[in-house]
Ligand binder design. Structure first.
Ligand SMILES: *[C@@H]1O[C@H](CO)[C@@H](O)[C@H](O)[C@H]1NC(C)=O
Ligand SMILES: *[C@@H]1O[C@H](CO)[C@@H](O)[C@H](O)[C@H]1NC(C)=O
Length: 299
């Protein structure tokens, strides 16, 4: 039990009326210490805000400063389900999910969505050179996007064949290059810089795409692969892309593949690759400039 004397000592510490001290300090002392901490923390906050501001100054609104996380450029395919396409032509429910994914994906490319002449322009259905729409940092504002009509995808457009070939065991696949702001893919300088079997795909103003069997033992089992799209590859007039803010209506050019004579009831590994002077491959990244996919069609 604290004695009365201790109690009085404690009270005196809290408020010492003789010396005019609160918690052992006079008003003036409290004022000084408060002022010190206000200034101290104020400066700290100032340094912090200043640093963040300076960092933000170095960032561009239009171009990501760091885009090395997605090593350019990724090549992706639709449908894209664990990089496998397994179905049975006689069992609709096995291929319907693929058909649905194709339909959903291609709905972005509906002609009705590309009618506004303020947002879209025609860039030709033959391969052409890069379409320069001014510098990223210039004040030209929102840029137009090139139209890309589904009709370019032939039998894989879904317009005539709502099953994208799946029902007949001739499945289509849609391939695109991922968007990279301000990237200009460079076609191969000559056809002898790329593998011999893909050389016939080299032409002006196109990034060629070539697919073949991944495994030696699948040679001759893949059958003919038909390519649809502008120049059967990725035409340069769709580049560069100006980013979400300046190019909100941008459509990536597509290539549709149709496997017209696959060996049935066999698992096949197919590899697709794009070729260009600034397109690289990476063992660790399965989608950098290439991808492979397992396909098995049962019937
Ligand atoms: C490669 O290019 C040369 C010259 O441009 C051409 O003569 C040749 O036919 C091409 N090769 C293939 C396989 O297309
Ligand atoms: C389909 O492939 C087989 C061999 O797997 C071949 O005998 C046949 O001629 C091919 N059909 C067409 C139309 O190319």
């Amino acid at each position: 039990m604290p004695s009365d004397k201790d109690d009085a000592g404690w009270k005196k510490f809290v408020w010492n009326s003789e010396k005019g001290e609160l918690l052992g300090r006079t008003g003036g002392s409290w004022f000084k210490i408060t002022l010190f901490y206000v200034i101290f923390y104020g400066c700290l906050a100032g340094v912090f805000i200043g640093t963040i501001q300076a960092m933000l100054q170095t960032l561009s609104l239009y171009k990501p400063t760091w885009q090395d996380r997605v090593a350019p450029p990724g090549l992706t395919h639709t449908p894209h389900d664990k990089a496998e396409v397994f179905f049975n032509t006689k069992e609709m429910e096995t291929y319907l999910p693929y058909v649905k994914v194709m339909r959903d994906f291609l709905s972005q490319y509906d002609d009705e969505k590309q009618t506004d002449n303020m947002q879209f322009e025609d860039c030709g259905d033959q391969p052409g050179d890069y379409k320069n729409r001014g510098d990223l940092e210039s004040d030209m504002g929102v840029r137009k996007a090139c139209r890309f009509s589904k009709t370019l995808l032939g039998p894989c457009s879904g317009l005539d064949d709502p099953d994208y070939g799946f029902k007949q065991g001739k499945p289509c696949l849609i391939v695109k290059l991922n968007r990279i702001v301000n990237f200009r893919p460079k076609p191969p300088y000559s056809n002898d810089s790329i593998p011999e079997e893909a050389q016939h795909k080299v032409q002006a103003h196109v990034i060629p795409l070539y697919c073949t069997n991944k495994k030696e033992e699948d040679a001759g089992k893949i059958g003919e692969i038909k390519y649809y799209g502008i120049g059967e590859g990725f035409p340069l007039q769709y580049y560069p892309y100006y980013g979400k803010r300046l190019h909100p209506h941008y459509l990536q050019p597509l290539v549709a593949l149709q496997f017209t004579n696959l060996t049935m009831n066999t698992e096949l590994r197919i590899e697709c690759k794009v070729f260009g002077e600034n397109i690289y491959y990476n063992e660790k990244d399965r989608y950098q400039g290439r991808f492979d996919i397992k396909i098995q069609v049962n019937s």
